[in-house]
Design a protein around this ligand. Sequence first.
Ligand SMILES: Cc1cc2nc3c(=O)[nH]c(=O)nc-3n(C[C@H](O)[C@H](O)[C@H](O)COP(=O)(O)OP(=O)(O)OC[C@H]3O[C@@H](n4cnc5c(N)ncnc54)[C@H](O)[C@@H]3O)c2cc1C
Length: 90
Amino acid sequence: MKGVEQLKGVNYEKVDDAGLHITFGEERTDARVLDVETVILCTGQESVRDLDEALAGRGVKTHVIGGAALAAELDAKRAIRQGTEVAAAL
Ligand SMILES: Cc1cc2nc3c(=O)[nH]c(=O)nc-3n(C[C@H](O)[C@H](O)[C@H](O)COP(=O)(O)OP(=O)(O)OC[C@H]3O[C@@H](n4cnc5c(N)ncnc54)[C@H](O)[C@@H]3O)c2cc1C
């Protein structure tokens, strides 16, 4: 309704004064330049485990799962599986 266009299978080739250069698929075909004003990068994740370490220091047993255990990949399924397995084991 707001005119948002969703693109699938995009490779982000580069950003320059012309805009955001993209191609599609493993073959990197159909090159396009998007006339963008702003590029927001949602990249890089880090596990935050302060609480786990603090609790371990007090002898409290913890289970670290999901993004807190490994934030290197985009894998919500792993986080859900780990949560389910821990819950079932408790
Ligand atoms: C930009 C981006 C895109 C992604 N795209 C995909 C995708 O397409 N497919 C895919 O499979 N995965 C994707 N992921 C990864 C996926 O989001 C994570 O793997 C998943 O959300 C990890 O689940 P989690 O429950 O471990 O952590 P989270 O989903 O991060 O949940 C942690 C929760 O704990 C809360 N919290 C944190 N600290 C405290 C505190 N001290 N007290 C109380 N609550 C607290 C947070 O607010 C949050 O709600 C993406 C991640 C990002 C950042």
